[in-house]
Ligand binder design. Structure first.
Ligand SMILES: [Zn+2]
Ligand SMILES: [Zn+2]
Length: 556
């Protein structure tokens, strides 16, 4: 065995949900597996996305050779624009993953300078001292791989996200054989997805939702709205097949839904039969019994198409009594309030709402492996060291306990968190110090903007750009605005370009309120976000400043 040390350094995703990113270093060569983002919690006002702190990579910028992607979910590729703008290195990913990456880089005007290399499951490639073998796995998205990484001290397997789906809708099967072969040859370390470690048994196949969808399609008396993540290609494919079988036209609403469907169609994952697709503007021209709308916004995001439709504020998506709305996705922790508020609005419209409520057959299945699948992979791979990844701290711990209970299959379980440096050499493995990690908050729409720790950002906001508090008094019972809005500003007034700014700002808030329905006004999450967005647009345009904007609703 060569003398030298392999460092494995998770920069995100261990001890937190999302933002998956892991560096592997041998001497003067570093490769990075995944570059994900995290969606901000609601208290992070004015922040659009959160990405990992990559100080470690920047400190070794001359050594970073590549970023290798396991699949196209945002928590694995969403940080790429930010990382590539700091560190332009080649990116490796499967065809489908790169299609998402291209769209994303194009949006940020980074595509021209990016080097994208397509990889395929089963085809090995080399980067410096690492030989990387992508292995086909199944997940809620398509074209996903695990990575077997051959290093001078042994083979490391990184599972990426996976479940063991024996019947994926694209018929591209989980390559259990290759996992087993590596197990026979000997694997130094297995890094495995912990997301669903708390669930016993097996995660159902993507095909399991077909029964529920069949039932819904057969019974829906009027328009049928189906909302799922735009990356749920298996789900979109199923909805399109069933719409065709049941003689319903399909309209796609929401930019991400359109982009995703287009990529999936281009790459042959989805087939739209001739004449099936209609424009959103045509929905009203068809018999409601003959329409199916695929719409984005399953998480109750205030500005999403479905949230707007739920409060009757979408140009084309009109939800009327007797329509059916299917939410085919999980309720991401932290989003419960927003989602249930949206569902309430849908019920008020007298729609029939079908969401994940534990009933069977399921309207949604998870994309992550449950306990029995996790054990299966551990048994096949029989790693010398087992390291749980992708999960909050309790999930990493429980995953470690699960593996430790499998005597004979795992040599040793090692618990690490983001920032820990794990060192492998001929003598074994140890934690060898820590590197800087953290969360960087970014305002989308501008990649130069931002990029600071939240606290620093808030302080900078307050010290340089100040704070703007629009105050609105709303009658809780009637949803009526009781008095003209007030605007309180601190640390910002000096920057004002002209008199009349405050009046103008008030007028904007008033207009936003006038243009909002009673239902929107009664939904503080929605109305605050609308006011914030409208005011921000005006303030940035007229002053080039970015104060912290915190709408305050007074209930009277
Ligand atoms: Zn994923
Ligand atoms: Zn993930």
């Amino acid at each position: 065995m060569p003398s030298g040390k392999l460092h494995v350094v998770p920069l995100g995703g261990l001890g937190e949900f999302g933002m998956n990113c892991m560096a592997l270093r041998w001497g003067d060569d570093i490769i990075v597996v995944d570059a994900g983002l995290m969606f901000p919690e609601s208290e992070l006002l004015g922040v659009d996305i959160v990405v990992p702190d990559i100080t470690y990579l920047l400190e070794h910028r001359n050594k970073v050779r590549a970023i290798v992607l396991t699949h196209g979910h945002e928590d694995h590729i969403g940080g790429l624009p930010w990382i590539l703008s700091e560190l332009n290195v080649p990116v490796y990913g499967t065809e489908f993953t790169l299609a998402y990456v291209e769209n994303k880089l194009e949006e940020h005007e980074l595509l021209d300078n990016a080097v994208l290399n397509e990889i395929r499951a089963g085809e090995r490639f080399r980067i410096g001292p690492f030989t990387i073998h992508p292995i086909q796995v199944t997940h809620s998205l398509v074209d996903c791989v695990a990575l077997a990484i051959h290093t001078p001290v042994g083979v490391i397997i990184h599972t990426g996200d996976f479940k063991v789906d024996p019947t994926p809708t694209d018929n591209r099967l989980f390559d259990l054989h290759t996992f087993a072969e590596y197990g026979k040859e000997g694997v130094l370390a297995l890094f495995q997805d912990s997301t669903n470690v708390e669930r016993s048994g097996y995660t159902p196949s993507e095909r399991a939702v077909r029964r529920k969808f069949d039932e819904v399609f057969a019974r829906a008396p009027r328009r049928l709205f189906i909302s799922c993540f735009s990356s749920s290609i298996h789900r979109i494919k199923l909805a399109i097949e069933l719409a065709f079988e049941h003689g319903r036209k399909v309209a796609l609403i929401g930019r991400s839904m359109n982009e995703s469907a287009e990529i999936a169609e281009d790459l042959g994952y989805i087939d739209f039969p001739e004449g099936l697709l209609i424009n959103p503007g045509q929905i009203k021209d068809f018999d409601p019994k003959k329409v199916c709308v695929l719409i984005s916004g399953t998480q109750g995001e205030p500005m999403s198409a479905l949230s707007r439709a739920a409060v009757d504020n979408h140009k084309h998506a009109k939800i009327e009594a007797g329509d059916s709305v299917v939410l085919s996705s999980r309720i991401i922790p932290g989003n419960e309030k927003a989602i249930y508020r949206m569902i309430d609005h849908l019920f008020r419209r007298e729609a029939h709402v079908i969401y994940e409520d534990g009933s069977s057959p399921p309207v949604h299945v998870s994309g992550h492996a449950s306990q029995e699948e996790l054990k299966l992979i551990i048994n096949l791979v029989k790693p010398r060291y087992f390291i749980p990844i992708h999960g909050e701290y309790r999930q990493l711990r429980r995953h470690g306990e699960l593996a430790a209970s499998m005597h004979g299959a795992v040599g040793q379980v090692i618990q690490i968190e983001s920032g820990d440096v794990l060192e492998f050499d001929e003598l074994g493995v140890r934690k060898q110090g820590r590197v800087t990690v953290g969360r960087i908050c970014i305002d989308s729409g501008s990649r130069t903007d931002v990029v600071e720790d939240l606290v620093i950002r808030d302080r900078r906001h307050l010290s340089e750009d100040g704070i703007v508090l629009p105050i609105i008094a709303i009658n809780k019972l009637t949803g009526k605005v009781e008095s003209p809005p007030e605007i309180v500003m601190r640390g910002f007034a000096a920057a004002l370009p002209e008199d009349g700014f405050t009046d103008q700002a008030k007028a904007i808030v008033s207009r936003t309120l006038e243009e909002s329905s009673q239902e929107e006004k009664a939904d503080y999450g929605v109305i605050k976000e609308k006011i914030r967005a409208d005011l921000k647009r005006y303030i940035v345009k007229s002053t080039s400043r970015r104060p912290l904007i915190m709408p305050v609703i007074l209930e009277v």
